[in-house]
Ligand binder design. Structure first.
Ligand SMILES: C[S@@+](CC[C@H](N)C(=O)[O-])C[C@H]1O[C@@H](n2cnc3c(N)ncnc32)[C@H](O)[C@@H]1O
Length: 270
């Protein structure tokens, strides 16, 4: 047994290399382990805890496993979602994609997401547009079941399909939104990304193949708007690719660091 204060200090020392804020991560892991909040840790520094289980969690983090997978939770758009190994951890920059597509959605329009992952985009859209139908796909069965679990947590109804793109959906949609895999195959990634599913990250030999396929499918459909996240270096390739089509506008957007991060294509009316 070890007092909370000492356990936190030892854990923070172990986490120095992997975490930007070692003490905070040590506290988050301990609060998760003890099923209490962090305030309890501050208020009870002398309380004794069984250290073995706690330090097992700390060691997972020392091995670069993302803290979200260890605690099973991720904060996104100021809400807490379930997350599990095998499903991509949603990134803060994806909040912008939601903001961008939100500006385009009209009442009664059907929204479809390609690559739902943990469900964050579709769930937040459904919360903002409760009267619009939202459907979402993923090729990864773990993503489909986690998105269903998150949808239940937030009390929203989303139609989920385990399929590629929108194959077999059998209905016209108005808005297509996607944060697809867009990293170039073989690109060397930071260690924590090794824990994330490859099919969520890699978008083909150039990285933009899935994006281009989504663009082709959008123009082959009757959908009105397509909003996608993309890599910071893919604007030129996407701008060139869409030139084969006509009757639309395209707007690229940047993330908070000023990097190109996505685009919204809108069909001209009439
Ligand atoms: C970058 S993750 C995005 C997950 C989630 N939407 C988010 O923003 O956090 C991409 C997702 O697309 C899925 N995916 C990859 N190829 C797909 C395809 N052809 N059709 C449907 N989903 C696909 C992956 O399994 C993964 O869940």
């Amino acid at each position: 047994m070890i007092p909370i204060e000492k356990a936190l200090k030892e854990a923070a020392d172990m986490l120095q290399e992997v975490a930007d804020r070692p003490l905070l991560e040590a506290q988050i892991l301990l609060a998760h382990y003890l099923r209490c909040d962090r305030v309890f840790l501050h208020a009870h520094p002398e309380t004794l805890i069984a250290q073995q289980g706690y330090f097992e969690l700390v060691r997972r983090r020392v091995n670069f496993e993302p803290i979200e997978y260890i605690i099973g939770e991720v904060s996104f758009y100021s809400r807490l979602f379930y997350i599990e190994p095998g499903v991509l951890i949603p990134r803060p920059e994806t909040e912008l994609l939601i903001d961008k597509v939100t500006q385009k959605i009209e009442p009664t329009e059907t929204i479809a997401e390609i690559g739902v992952g943990s469900g964050v985009i579709s769930i937040l859209l459904k919360l903002q547009f409760p009267h619009n139908k939202v459907l979402a796909t993923d090729i990864n069965p773990k993503a489909i079941s986690l998105a269903a679990k998150n949808a239940k947590k937030f009390g929203v109804q989303i139609e989920l399909y385990q399929t590629s793109y929108l194959d077999g959906i059998g209905e016209e949609v108005d808005i297509i939104v996607s944060n697809p895999p867009y990293i170039k195959e073989g690109e060397k990634l930071a260690k924590p990304l090794d824990f994330e599913p490859k099919e969520a990250l890699f978008g083909g030999r150039n990285g933009d193949e899935v994006l281009k396929e989504i663009i082709d499918r959008f123009f082959a459909s009757r959908a009105r708007v397509l909003a996608c996240e993309m890599g910071y270096d893919q604007k030129e390739a996407i701008a060139k690719y869409v030139q084969r089509y006509s009757g639309f506008t395209i707007e690229f957007y940047q993330d908070l660091a000023g990097l190109d991060r996505g685009f919204v294509i809108e069909r001209m009316r009439g």
